[in-house]
Design a binder for this molecule. Sequence first.
Ligand code: 13P
Ligand code: 13P
Ligand code: MG
Ligand code: MG
Length: 369
Amino acid sequence: MKTTVSVIKADVGGWPGHATVHPELMRTAEENLKKAVAAGVIKDFHVSHVGDDLELIMTHTKGEDSTEVHKLAWETFQKAADKAKELKLYGAGQDLLADAFSGNVKGLGPGSAEMAFTERKSDPVVVFMMDKTEPGAFNLPIFRIFADPFNTAGLVIDPSAHQGFVFEIWDIMEDKKVFLSAPEEMYDILALIGAKERYVIKRVYPKEGGPLPADEPVAVISTDKLYHVAGKYVGKDDPVAVVRAQSGLPALGEVLEPFAFPHLVSGWMRGSHNGPIMPVSVKDARCTRFDGPPRVAALGFQVANATLGMPVDLFDDPAFDRTRQQAEEIADYMRRHGPFEPHRLPMADMEYTTLPGVLERLKDRFEKV
Ligand code: 13P
Ligand code: 13P
Ligand code: MG
Ligand code: MG
């Protein structure tokens, strides 16, 4: 029987503003998931947060898109949102866009990344959680983990990883997908995923003939776009990813290595600015300066018999201090641009923010040149 790791997240209220998640919401979620373990809905769970996003990390054997598991997540978010309303937290229920659950959380507001796989002798799994950014923020690091030989030594020197990986890339504007193979089609992959607001890596698969089943993903990223659901800006689509490591896959350290570079992502203040992504421990995953800078936290698990065990907070490590310092320097540099691009996002990306409301007011004041 396959093990499923389901990470389902939502912003159900910020404390204060969009900074972090109130401990009462975490407690509410934990209590509800504990009951679900007792009732046999899931096998194990870990509740976490990054910034104002409440993250439910769950293991079970019901496969991806299980109605039972999605219903559990939805109800857990509802309960946490009720608590948030009681405490008058900011944007209580922000990401719960639908009035009622209809079989799957997809399209209802929460983001999800799920992966079903046959457990190996040992299965290290990393859950990445980002706040104040969008799914395309994972393009660069995921590409580097599975396709860049300057990042992942195993692509060059490990015979079981040497053949490369297959990337499933989604066009999230047109709801289309394409499978491209690295290293052979590396330039095509990059031609797409460099446009990270439109083309996002959804999954990565091993190739046929390798040590792992070619139909079981080794990485999955949430690609839910809130504005596609809501039709207006309601907060960013702060994404999550699940990545498996070792034994024919990139080693744990190769999975973490791309995050030593605080690359520019879009999001940050009002979902309208480019800025560096800063790798932080969960305890430091509070978005403060200009509601950021965007954060990524990583929890490592040794999945065993569909249970998670204890997490290791992987960026809680001085090895990432310099990255954080560099992120602060980049934040200073970007901030000095104030309302100017490319700190502020280009017009096309501002379409779903509050800017059109301002421009609308000026419409009638324009004269012919
Ligand atoms: P594997 O056991 O995954 O081959 O790991 C090799 C290694 O030493 C990683 O640094
Ligand atoms: P969130 O998407 O994390 O709620 O942030 C929204 C925002 O406007 C931050 O400035
Ligand atoms: Mg928020
Ligand atoms: Mg958020």
